[in-house]
Design a protein around this ligand. Structure first.
Ligand code: SF4
Ligand code: SF4
Length: 378
């Protein structure tokens, strides 16, 4: 294994359940329902074994920095004391290594005691927010069907106040074609997030995302272009948008930070609530068991995960893509899009992204705008 082959992000599914019932949730509403057999919360013992595995990996690859993200379900259901103990366990086992801890939440459980615990232990908070009340409540609903914007906005108001703003990590927004892109961007940026990320809704060739019919129309490309222009033209700049930033970085020959686009090798692993080591969690949108590796923190190392064929496929660069992508003029920027969006029940992952026309249009638009601004220097 070469020196550059290592993992830097570790996603801990600390809670397998959620108190909401969002209709696009890949954990509960798509192909894989393994959450039902998982423990409700990751045990203290599993967190210890996971931290030992991360420490082993850090030592083997002489890493000076790792990121550990607490995900769910809804991770904050575990309560403030859980995060205090988890942060101590992980940092105690990694002395001399910078450990960035973060939690991704729906925000409705952020209160004074939770935020105090997270702030005291330098745990950054990312919140899922799909825009203003009408945008957000279209999909992000309680189990009784009621909207959740109000409770998320209450949590966000506390998080973005003077006291807790230093641990505000940013906003995650799933795109809905029914929502106006400029209005959505403006509803998000009102909270002055350090970063926004727009996510394409999960889908694939066998289960197309809403509004993608398999033809050459590019509705998501148009949505992204409009949001990009609103963001790019803001003066002074208002925030970072990870997907937009990544496309610009790739245009300029640098690498992407996210996994939605580009050819950066997969650098993270998911540890399920029972300690099973998994590939990217969103593979649960594809078919039952698709995210599994058969490995477990009690028996297997992080280097073992890197040898898994699924991880290797996501670290193979252009050569690992299908023939259509390999010959595509924007492959160095697009990278075939997100791995999970390439799936079809007949061809597996050897396809372009189900969002191919959208990605082509959006990347072409960004290339034109950036090229115009660079002028003769480009
Ligand atoms: S808050 Fe997240 S985990 Fe919970 S139902 Fe919604 S998308 Fe799924
Ligand atoms: S998904 Fe489409 S745009 Fe992206 S590299 Fe493949 S062929 Fe090109």
């Amino acid at each position: 294994m070469s020196r550059t082959e290592f993992l830097q992000q570790f996603v801990l599914k600390v809670a397998s359940r959620c108190d909401l019932g969002c209709d696009y949730c890949y954990v509960y509403r798509m192909a894989d329902h393994s959450f039902a057999t998982q423990p409700r919360f990751m045990s203290a013992g599993t967190i210890e074994r996971t931290a030992d595995r991360i420490a082993e990996h850090v030592t083997a690859h002489r890493l000076d920095r790792v990121e550990v993200a607490f995900h769910g379900g809804e991770p904050l259901l575990a309560g403030p004391d859980y995060f205090v103990a988890a942060a101590r366990t992980i940092r105690d086992r990694l002395p001399g290594t910078r450990v960035d801890l973060l939690v991704q939440t729906h925000g409705g459980l952020l209160d004074e005691s939770m935020l105090t615990a997270l702030a005291d232990h330098r745990i950054t908070v990312g919140v899922s927010l799909d825009g203003g009340p009408d945008h957000h409540d279209r999909h992000r609903r309680r189990r009784d069907g009621g909207g959740t914007h109000e409770q998320t906005a209450r949590g966000l108001a506390l998080l973005t106040g003077d006291r807790f703003r230093p641990i505000f990590g940013g906003l995650l927004c799933v795109i809905d074609l029914a929502n106006n892109p400029v209005e959505v961007y403006e509803a998000l940026v009102r909270h002055r997030p350090p970063e926004i990320d727009f996510l394409l809704p999960h889908g694939n060739w066998s289960r197309p995302p809403p509004g993608r019919s398999g033809d050459s129309a590019a509705p998501y490309g148009a949505w992204l272009c409009a949001a990009f222009d609103r963001w790019y033209d803001a003066s002074p700049p208002e925030t970072t948008v990870r997907l937009f930033d990544d496309v610009i970085r790739l245009c300029l020959g640098r690498s992407a930070r996210g996994e939605q686009i580009g050819l950066s090798p997969a650098s993270f692993v998911v540890i399920d609530t029972d300690g099973a080591l998994q590939q990217v969690d969103t593979l649960k949108s594809v078919r039952p068991g698709a995210a599994g590796t058969g490995l477990h923190v009690s028996a297997d190392s992080m280097d073992d995960v890197l040898e898994h064929p699924g991880l290797r496929a996501r670290r193979g660069g252009v050569a690992a893509l299908c023939a259509t992508c390999r010959e595509c003029s924007v492959v160095r920027i697009c990278g075939g899009g997100s791995y999970v969006h390439r799936w079809s029940s007949t061809g597996g992952f050897a396809n372009p992204s189900v969002y191919c026309p959208d990605l082509q249009d959006f990347i072409g638009h960004v290339v034109r705008r950036v090229s115009n601004d660079l002028g003769p220097a480009r």
